[in-house]
Design a protein around this ligand. Sequence first.
Ligand SMILES: [Zn+2]
Length: 268
Amino acid sequence: MPFLTQLADVARRTGSPVTEVAGWRTRGHGPQPEVQGVVCHHTAGPAGGGDYPSLAVVRDGRPGLGGPLSHFGLGRSGRIYVIAAGRCWHNAPSTSPWHDNSSSLGIEAENNGTQPWPAAQRESYVRLCAELCRAFKLPASRVKAHREVNTAKPDPHSIDMNDFRASVAAIIKAGPDAFWTEELVRNLPVIRLGDDNYDVKTVRGCLFARGHVPPAVYADLPGGLRAWLESTVADDGLMALVSAFQQARGLSADGVVGPETWPPLLRV
Ligand SMILES: [Zn+2]
């Protein structure tokens, strides 16, 4: 295998922000011989100091161990730092033939070793592993914690790797186009005539923002537009507007806000 210059594109498929660290395409202890696994680490860096204070260490190494130490860094915000396209010194000695330095990719996530993981970072961690599995045709079972493939290491702390791998597997299975926006939309409720909840207000606000609420609809209402937008009730008038919106977008005009209608309403 050559230097893995596709790694930044793979990282971008997660939907997370990506920083390409200058020089990454030719950085490595020679090219990466093969990719049979992914190893998850924490940096054991400082408790504070911004998104990815360990960047210089992971890129350049530390006394006794030359950089790069890992292909990827993962910031507290979920931002992915692409650091190296060649072989990195992130796991030796390995107890697994699929997770040594010549056969695996390393991800160093910023964490001091005890602090809680921010949700955005944890989510990005799972997605990066899933995209790497897809790109290198690996099952989720090839994603390992450093502590699982090196008896001397504790990282990454407090992450249940069976849960983690189950999340990775679910993303792999969902298909290449299932980005977070689609997951979000899938989790939205279906709004039907007669419903009374706060999601109805979201429908009203979106319809208005998309220009699908003619002034005649609220002109005679006590309280006017504000009152119309505040209503949590999916009444006949609202559902007629939903149908008109669906028709305008070429959807089946059933007057129900479900998985087909939420995305154009939310513009995702
Ligand atoms: Zn480690």
